[in-house]
Design a protein. Structure first.
Length: 192
């Protein structure tokens, strides 16, 4: 039953990605706004950031932790929106769930799109405590590229320069850049 709950989290996320792409094909900011609550339900951004930041997390104030986690969630929504436009023929295929390391469950999926090789996406989830919902804590792309490890490398400089406070400001700037770099939304025109 736990595996089915984990699969449901991932499949709901996939449905949200496809829906946001169809609803806002040319508007990255609108996709990010649509995806933000869905990502917040699917991911444990605080747990991910705790893994990414390491000792910077443990030495930070609760206020700095909360600000950095919120900035990370916003950045993640902008990143997803900038990378995933949806498009014709794009779909996800769930392969199943299996027991992962340290009490996690891995849900194996593939992103399928016309003209590209299938992309393997393994979502690492931790079961929720008590009645809490399971949450994604990492994604492994093509069998090994960990999202947490990638972010740890990307965020290292900001963390070394000023801890979570500096990281939060850097993430806000990166979020603005992702959303500002997107082409402006175009008005819909009637079909001829």
């Amino acid at each position: 039953m736990t595996g089915q709950r984990m699969i449901a989290v991932v499949e709901n996320l996939h449905q949200a990605l496809l829906a946001a792409g169809r609803a806002h094909p040319t508007d990255t900011a609108a996709r990010a706004a649509a995806l933000a609550p869905e990502l917040a339900r699917a991911y444990d951004f605080e747990a991910m950031l705790r893994l990414i930041a390491g000792t910077h997390w443990t030495t930070a104030t609760p206020r700095a932790r909360a600000a950095a986690a919120a900035a990370f969630a916003d950045y993640s929504a902008a990143l997803y929106a900038s990378r995933f436009e949806g498009g014709e023929g794009v779909r996800f295929k769930t392969q199943g769930a299996f027991q992962g390391p340290r009490g996690t469950v891995v849900v194996r999926t593939h992103l399928l799109a016309p003209g590209i090789e299938p992309v393997s996406l393994d979502y690492v989830l931790r079961p929720g405590a008590g009645e809490g919902a399971p949450a994604i804590q990492d994604v492994l792309v093509d069998g090994g590229i960990s999202e947490v490890a990638t972010r740890r490398s990307e965020f290292d400089r900001s963390l070394k320069e000023g801890g979570l406070e500096t990281l939060a400001e850097a993430l806000k700037a990166q979020t603005r850049a992702l959303l500002d770099a997107a082409p402006p939304a175009q008005a819909a025109t009637p079909a001829e």
